[in-house]
Ligand binder design. Structure first.
Ligand code: ADP
Length: 519
């Protein structure tokens, strides 16, 4: 039996426990790497967010350029009042200057905005960036408008350059904008929409530690996670932040959550493995007990059968003449028949219990009467085996609600055991009484007793004590006490056992007194 249990233990270890341990060790070992991967994922997500803001500001500027082109084409003169209105409506735009392909000044909006120093400065800048302008032309001719930022920048002025088609002429537009207003007035609504309070976006002028813009106006001093330059605005960077948390914190939080999950999963799997192991060992033990049961019962049946047939044969041959001897032989036959029917009854009783077919018929019952009647049928065996039997009934015992046959059955089982497990000291004392709210029958013997360890198991089906080879000396099925327990459970009663090896056993069957049962 030990080998199959060990094999199953090894199998469970191999199939469940080992993979769980390997997986967990691997996962924990990879924690650092996972943390880095998660950080990268977060960083990429944040990058995508900053990218979309840049994309949006490019689109917005492209949109202004298209409107400027339409405005300039809608009138005879390039700088029309409509264009002037359009520029004045762009919150961050200061002015627009237009040049032809040779960098000659064409017009400006507002019309009055003409500063010769500024003009020559811009023209110089255009010459300097001629290759870029040519590139813008190439783009324009293939139907795509690109926008560039030229020249020196300052905190209130950036030159945004793009080309337009005005009446078959390519015009170079230099839009002078205030970058900080552009971000805080034009980009802000879009930023609010993208971040929706989950992240915060800030904007810094190059080299500054304090942002001039924060999408979360209440807490502009957050910890910056990532910074990226604005494509359109030179010397400006935008930052992305979370309230009180860094990417490393975020990654660690996720890793910790995963670790907790792995831990939980391990516990569940290991608990499951333990349950499987326990279940299988129990089944194996039970099957071993069943094997023992078959051997024991066969032996128990064979012994009386052999005795009966031997005595009948002797009688049949007519060799025994003495009347006293004949009567003695008959008694042995009667006795062994009773023993046989006892065994068969016990097995039937047990099989009824196992198939849930055992029915109890409750009625008024007097425990003293049950004990006295049961003793009458057992009397011969008890006296024949040389036992001294005493019964101390409690005369004032109240009646109980019980199945009389079942209670007698339980009592006889105890009596039978008391005889089986007594050696030299053949005393059996039976008492009835009232203890608290329980009415009881107790059977006390001076037999071999039961160790504390075994007291836990003797009420299990098929269980027999194997110590000191007692099970081999005294035959039994291991069913008696499991039947007693079933009967007591059906009566909502309890079994009290006091025993120790060498000093006898006291079994007390406790039934709830009538009034407490009804309550
Ligand atoms: P069986 O007597 O057929 O083996 P039981 O279920 O009646 O089966 O008892 C289970 C075990 O409990 C017995 O094998 C025996 O070891 C122990 N036992 C029961 N009654 C007593 C007793 N009065 N004294 C000592 N041991 C007992």
């Amino acid at each position: 039996m030990q080998t199959p249990i060990r094999n199953i233990g090894l199998l469970i270890l191999l199939v469940i426990v080992l993979p769980v341990v390997i997986f967990s060790v691997f996962e924990i070992g990879n924690m650092r790497q996972n943390e880095r991967v998660i950080q990268d994922i977060y960083r990429n997500q944040l990058d995508a967010l900053l990218f979309s803001i840049n994309q949006y500001s490019d689109d917005m500027m492209g949109n202004f350029a298209s409107r400027i082109e339409i405005g300039a084409n809608s009138n005879e003169t390039i700088a029309s009042p409509e264009l002037e209105k359009l520029i004045s409506e762009i919150p961050s735009a200061n002015s627009l200057m237009m040049f032809d392909g040779n960098f000659e000044f064409l017009s400006s909006v507002p019309f009055s905005y003409r500063d010769s120093a500024l003009l020559s400065k811009i023209q110089k800048e255009l010459y300097k960036n001629e290759p870029t302008l040519r590139r813008l032309q190439t783009y324009m001719r293939s139907g795509y408008r690109k926008i560039e930022t030229f020249g020196e920048t300052s905190r209130d002025m950036q030159w945004i350059v793009f080309l337009t088609h005005i009446r078959d002429r390519e015009v170079i537009n230099v839009l002078n904008i205030n970058p900080e207003l552009f971000i805080s007035r034009l980009l802000d609504p879009k930023i609010q929409e993208i971040t929706r309070g989950k992240f915060y976006i800030t904007a810094y002028y190059a080299g500054d530690d304090v942002p001039f813009y924060a999408s979360n106006k209440q807490h502009p001093d957050l910890r910056t996670l990532e910074k990226r330059p604005f494509w359109l605005l030179k010397d400006y960077v935008m930052g992305i932040e979370l309230e009180g948390i860094t990417i490393a914190d975020l990654a660690r939080e996720r890793i910790n959550r995963n670790l907790i999950l792995i831990g939980l999963m391990d516990i569940i799997l290991l608990f499951g493995a333990w349950l499987i192991y326990r279940n299988i060992t129990r089944q194996l033990e039970l099957s071993q007990l069943k094997n023992g049961f078959v051997a024991n019962v066969s032996h128990e049946i064979r012994t009386p059968l052999a005795l009966i047939s031997m005595y009948i044969e002797t009688l049949e041959m007519g060799r025994v003449k003495e009347a006293q001897k004949v009567s003695e032989y008959y008694k042995v036959i009667l006795n062994e028949t009773a023993r046989l029917s006892g065994i068969v009854n016990r097995i039937l009783s047990f099989s009824q219990i196992e198939s849930n077919k055992r029915k109890y018929i409750f009625g008024n019952a007097d425990l003293n009467e049950i004990v006295e009647n049961a003793f009458l049928t057992f009397r011969y065996t008890i006296e024949n085996k040389g036992f001294h039997y005493s019964f101390e009934p409690d005369k004032s015992l109240p009646e109980i609600e019980a199945d009389r046959d079942a209670v007698a059955d339980a009592f006889v089982n105890l009596l039978d055991n008391a005889m089986k497990y007594s050696t030299d000291n053949k005393n059996i004392a039976v008492r009835t009484g009232l203890s608290g709210s329980f009415v009881f029958i107790e059977v006390e013997d001076q037999g071999i007793g039961i160790s504390e360890k075994n007291q836990k198991y003797i009420f299990d089906k098929f269980y027999r004590v194997t110590e000191e080879n007692l099970a081999n000396r005294v035959k039994g099925s291991g069913l008696g006490l499991s039947i007693v327990k079933h009967i007591m459970d059906a009566h909502e009663g309890k079994i009290y056992l006091k025993s120790s090896p060498g000093s006898g056993s006291l079994f007390r069957l406790m039934f709830p007194a009538k009034n407490t049962k009804q309550a």
